[in-house]
Write a protein that binds this ligand. Structure first.
Ligand SMILES: [Zn+2]
Length: 178
């Protein structure tokens, strides 16, 4: 997996399309939601094998799971942001789904169960430039984390910064045209 920082960055980039004044808390919520699929590492402690559909990079990383979460979130969005509930549910799908898709670009570990429970196949992207982040916090801060962050700055940070930049230019252009 990429580090939680990079997943959060991607979640924030998707959430940056939300208009003010709600943008800040939506960004925080999306940053948490996008990292949530990796909570499946608890399965290691519960004795669930890595390759099991409920194991790490399994069901919680699936686009099917993201779609179900988006559907479940819709009534909540209707209560919080009634005028944009449908759009927020769609964004929830992209935020949660982005996690598994991004993980397919990592260079180690098992593939991602993008379509579990419909199809248990684990998938990798044909190009895998992103270094896999250590699963344990101690290993991450023990040295290899720095190499992971440097790698992610290139392959995730730069493209995400471009998204923020383009969004900012479009937003300013619209404001000046209004
Ligand atoms: Zn993951």
């Amino acid at each position: 997996m990429p580090s939680a920082f990079s997943h959060a960055l991607v979640g924030a980039a998707i959430g940056s399309s939300v208009s003010r004044p709600r943008r800040t808390w939506v960004l925080v919520l999306f940053a948490v939601l996008v990292a949530a699929p990796d909570l499946d590492v608890i399965g290691f402690r519960l004795g669930i094998p890595y390759a099991h559909p409920l194991g790490h990079r399994g069901l919680s990383h699936s686009l099917v799971f993201a779609a179900v979460l988006a559907l479940v979130s819709y009534p909540l969005w209707r209560r919080i942001i009634p005028e944009s509930a449908r759009r927020m549910a769609v964004l929830t799908f992209f935020v949660v789904g982005s996690h598994g898709v991004l993980d397919t670009f990592t260079d180690a570990g098992h593939g991602i169960g993008l379509f579990i429970p419909i199809d248990d196949t684990r998938y990798f992207a044909p190009w895998r430039p992103i270094l896999t982040s250590p699963l344990s916090v101690s290993a991450f801060f023990g040295g290899s984390g720095l190499a992971v962050l440097a790698n992610e700055a290139v392959y995730i940070g730069l493209p995400t910064a471009c998204v923020f930049l383009v969004r900012s230019i479009v937003y300013r252009a619209r404001r000046s045209a209004a």
